[in-house]
Write a protein of this length. Sequence first.
Length: 164
Amino acid sequence: MSKDSPSPTPGFLVWRLANKWRVAVDRAVAPLGLTHAQYSLVASLYGMQRVGERPSQRQLADHTGMEALYVSKLARALESADLIARTRDPRDPRAVQLALTEQGEAVTRQAIGMVQELLQQLLEPLGGLDAPRTRAFTGELATLLDAPLAPPIPNDESKRRAMP
């Protein structure tokens, strides 16, 4: 982004930040044999298990915002690495439940610690992980994520905006 170019849009900045953080997390968890996407899956699963849930692949997909097919692919790879177990849900034979293995829990705890340190570093410009600016930033991101995406209404000129 050069100083001569027009101001970046919020969407562009969110995209750039997401990519920057994804690369940083990829690098941080690579020594554990994980990718950022795999980390997101096992860390989410870890959190869900800590409150007594045994989520299905669909529930984990909904929780992470990932496509169900992608969660299935990640889960198979993590199962091959003996980090998670995939079992049929006794209440719904079409559903697959996920759980961390003992090894998966150990790797996930280690990865969470590494990512927490990384987040502290990445959020230092806002004052760090527990700073008021970080809490406000987190709240703003949550607001944006909670807002439903409605399809645009065709031919509604009041809703259209010129693309940058």
